[in-house]
Design a protein around this ligand. Structure first.
Ligand code: SAH
Length: 248
């Protein structure tokens, strides 16, 4: 008979902050865990609420190490959780954990969903993604920039509303501008309503509404998610809204 993988690792999306937007399922899974592994910033958000847990981290760019840490802790028999911001299956570590799983046959994985930045940010702006939409990351650490440009062009050509993740970093300060130029060339008109939200669910939450023209000239930081409406999006009062097409 096949041996059952005995060590469960929970991969937990904690939502945008550490507070109200964390699901009850995620909070319960963290309560039940003994070791919590994650990026230092996310651990600092959790330390107070889940005091008494063992916290382990590996810095940015050491994702594989962080994942292997989880497997090693789980193999010691500890109840282990890996935390990611938002949802662990959206630009998170869930897929890397599955890629490594064959090397750790005594372990098994459970993914617990979280509220991703596209959802939490959209809610702050109104309803910008309420029709077909794309999530596109502007990070070219793992994806060639030419591929990102192709996806941006296709999203604009398909008239999708767009949520842009990773719109900037210290080394990529001009990427949002570059992405906007690709969208412009593919039909996004300068007056299209857009928005961006910083530090969702964390201290310093700020939302901004602007036109696409203004967005092209805007510098954002890495804790920002950017929203571009589709050709039917409108401002209703101070809310950015992509309609579904109901006849009123
Ligand atoms: N797994 C995460 C995304 C990680 S990629 C999720 O599902 O939300 C990192 C990018 O996500 C950031 O550059 C930013 O674009 C977005 N993001 C994550 N948390 C955010 C927050 N609290 N406020 C604004 N944007 C956030």
């Amino acid at each position: 008979m096949e041996k059952k993988a005995e060590h469960e690792i929970k991969i937990i999306g904690i939502g945008p902050g550490s507070g109200a937007a964390m699901t009850q399922e995620a909070a319960e899974a963290l309560e039940e865990s003994e070791v919590i592994v994650g990026y230092p910033l996310y651990l600092s958000l959790l330390k107070e609420r889940f005091s008494g847990k063992e916290f382990l981290s590996a810095p940015m760019r050491q994702e594989e190490k962080r994942c292997r840490m989880c497997y090693e802790e789980a193999e010691k028999g500890k109840k282990t959780a890996l935390v990611c911001s938002g949802d662990a299956g959206i630009y998170g570590l869930a897929s890397l954990m599955y890629e490594l799983l064959p090397q750790y046959p005594d372990c098994r994985l459970t993914v617990i969903p979280g509220v991703t930045a596209a959802s939490s940010g959209a809610a702050l702006l109104g309803a910008p993604l309420n029709h077909d939409f794309c999530a596109i990351s502007l990070s070219d650490l793992l994806t060639p920039w030419e591929q990102i440009e192709k996806r941006l062009a296709a999203a604009a050509a398909g008239d999708f509303a767009i949520a842009l993740y990773n719109p900037s970093s210290r080394k990529r300060a001009d990427y949002l501008g570059r992405a906007c130029r690709v969208l412009l060339e593919n039909g996004v008109e300068p007056e299209r309503p857009c928005g961006y939200v910083e530090n969702i669910g964390r201290e310093g939450t700020r939302k901004h509404i602007c036109t696409f023209r203004e967005l092209m000239e805007t510098q954002v930081n890495m804790f920002t998610t950017v929203f571009i409406g589709n050709s039917q999006s409108e401002m209703i009062g101070d809310a950015l809204v992509t309609k579904r097409g109901y006849r009123l």
